[in-house]
Every structure is written in structure tokens, then in C-alpha cells.
Design a protein around this ligand. Structure first.
Ligand code: MF3
Ligand code: CO
Ligand code: CO
Length: 300
């Protein structure tokens, strides 16, 4: 089979169009880079690019560590957003969410039944809430993307259990993937773990390749999606794992007014954690590891 840029003809195109490579950039790539002088697959990072992603991931983690103590009952999500914006620009970096496809704020704050993409506003966080804070920054042109769910004060047993499960699913997903391994193994492992608790895994929103572009190939479903059965992760590829785990149905609904906020269809709780990962020759490297946040094995 012909291979250009390390992609096979029937692979999804590297540009993120979701078309097959042969129907998208293959023609252009072959013309631009004939024979031995073919350009490299842009998804596979060289040593310098890997270091640039490490720097971006480290900054994003420092930002999370900076904000963590502020996520308490009584603060508004808008105030959290302002702190995220200020810390980011004060350090000379760019909040990736701000203006991304028209998103109006610098981070996402998703409370209780909100699955993802909640818009910071004047909502006051209260005792018993769970809230996911999803941060993305651009450092020297490269993206770091990570999120944590916070338990505020005295939360219900269900809230704690679904949060614990989503945290475990993140690490189970990370441990399920090896260099040149199949992406579907991530989703298989995560789905199996959620099933044990009777929780469900969101399907419409998935992990993603990340680099100079916020969302790119490969997609990283958190359930075994057959469409990506043959896709593998080569060393040098960066991607996120960000399982959204629901207490009830996996089905979601987009807010018809703001067109961003995603809620569970049954309005039951949803929790999520996210890391940016670099696949190396030795295995996955977590680029967004915090100093003070929960680490693998943590019990909430
Ligand atoms: N950070 C989210 C993710 O994990 C994306 C947020 S896009 C925004 O992919 F526009 F809503 F900010
Ligand atoms: Co992400
Ligand atoms: Co994110």
C-alpha cells in the first residue's frame, strides 16, 4: 500500500477534515514532496517540537495549580475566568479558548449536569456542586490542554463516585496505550471501567490530537468506536484523553441559546478529567502533570 506522510490512503487525513487521506490532501502532498524529499507527517513531532509541547503542557499545569485554591463555594465562574485570563497573559501566554470558534471566555467551567464547554458567567459556585475547570493555553504557538473536576464542600455520594470514576478512567486510558498501539484500546479500557460502576461514557465529545492546532487528528474516543479500529499512535504524536463520565445516560444536549454548553440529556451529573499526552518511544508521557493536583491513585 502506498504511504505518504506516514499515512495510508484510507486513513483520516492529517488536516482534521475527517475525510479519507486519499480524498483530501494526498494528491497535494504527493506533488509537493515527490520521492525521497517527502515532508514528514506533521502529527509526528521531532525532538524540538516535543520540547515545545512539554513547555506548553507544563505552563497549563502551573496555571491549574495557581487557580486550584480559588475554586471554592462563593466564587463565580466569571471570577475564575478572569483569574485564568490574568495569569495567562501576565506570563506572556495566550488563553486558547478565548475567541476559539467564537467562544467568549478564557476557560470552560462545567457545573454538575454540564458535560463540557460551560461558559463562565455570574453563576456562584455553591457547596455540594461539582465543577470541571478546563484550561487550554498557547505557549510559543503550541497548545496545552487539561481539566480537573473539583468537589465543593459536602458533595453527594453519587457526585464523589462519578468524579472518582472519571479520574480513574483518565489514568486507565493513559495506561491502555503503548507506542504503535491501537487508539481503540483507550476507549475499550475506559468503557469497561465505567461499566463496572454502572456509569456511562459520553460519545459525541472525544479526546483529540493537539499541537500547533488545538483540535486535530487523531480523534480519541473514550469508548470503543469501530470507525477508528485500525488507527495507531506513533511515537511523537500528541493527543488528549478526557473522559466525560455520566451518572445516567451518555446522551447529551447542546444548549440551544448559547450553542456551547453541553448538558446530560437526563440532567444527571457528569464529571471529567483531561491530560495532554505525548507518545514517546518508551510510552505515554503526561505533559500537563500538576504539582499540587490529584495524581494517579488519588481518592476523592
Ligand atoms: N478544552 C476543551 C477540550 O478539551 C475545548 C474547549 S473549546 C472552547 O478540547 F471553545 F469551548 F473553549
Ligand atoms: Co481537549
Ligand atoms: Co480541555
Amino acid at each position: 500500500m502506498t504511504k505518504t506522510k506516514g499515512l495510508s490512503r484510507n486513513d483520516p487525513c492529517w488536516c482534521g477534515s475527517e475525510k479519507k487521506y486519499k480524498k483530501c490532501h494526498l494528491g497535494k502532498d504527493a506533488k509537493k514532496a515527490p520521492g525521497r524529499s517527502r515532508k514528514k507527517n506533521p502529527l509526528i513531532l521531532d525532538a524540538h517540537e516535543r520540547d515545545a509541547m512539554r513547555t506548553a503542557g507544563r505552563f497549563n499545569a502551573k496555571l491549574m495549580d495557581h487557580i486550584r485554591a480559588k475554586v471554592q463555594p462563593g466564587i463565580t465562574t466569571g471570577e475564575i475566568d478572569r483569574l485564568v485570563y490574568e495569569y495567562t497573559v501576565d506570563h506572556g501566554q495566550i488563553p486558547a479558548c478565548l475567541g476559539y470558534k467564537g467562544f467568549p471566555k478564557s476557560c470552560c467551567t462545567s457545573i454538575n449536569e454540564v458535560v463540557c464547554h460551560g461558559i463562565p458567567d455570574d453563576t456562584i459556585l455553591k457547596d455540594g456542586d461539582i465543577v470541571n475547570l478546563d484550561l487550554t493555553s498557547i505557549v510559543d504557538g503550541w497548545h496545552g490542554d487539561s481539566s480537573e473536576t473539583f468537589l465543593l464542600g459536602d458533595v453527594s455520594d453519587e457526585a464523589r463516585r462519578v468524579t472518582q470514576c472519571s479520574f480513574e478512567c483518565l489514568y486507565i486510558g493513559i495506561r491502555a496505550i503503548k507506542p504503535f498501539g491501537k487508539i481503540i484500546d483507550i476507549g475499550k479500557a475506559i468503557k469497561a471501567h465505567a461499566d463496572k460502576f454502572g456509569f456511562s461514557v459520553v460519545r459525541e465529545y472525544q479526546g483529540h490530537g493537539i499541537g500547533r492546532i488545538f483540535h486535530q487528528e487523531p480523534s480519541v474516543p473514550h469508548f470503543p468506536e469501530l470507525r477508528i479500529y485500525n488507527r495507531t499512535v506513533e511515537p511523537g504524536v500528541c493527543f488528549t484523553i478526557e473522559p466525560m463520565i455520566n451518572l445516567g445516560t451518555w446522551r447529551t444536549m447542546l444548549d440551544p441559546n448559547d450553542k456551547w454548553t453541553v448538558r446530560t440529556l437526563d440532567r444527571q451529573l457528569s464529571a471529567q478529567f483531561e491530560h495532554t499526552i505525548l507518545m514517546t518511544e518508551a510510552g505515554p508521557e503526561i505533559l500537563t502533570m500538576t504539582q499540587r493536583g490529584p495524581s494517579e491513585g488519588h481518592k476523592f
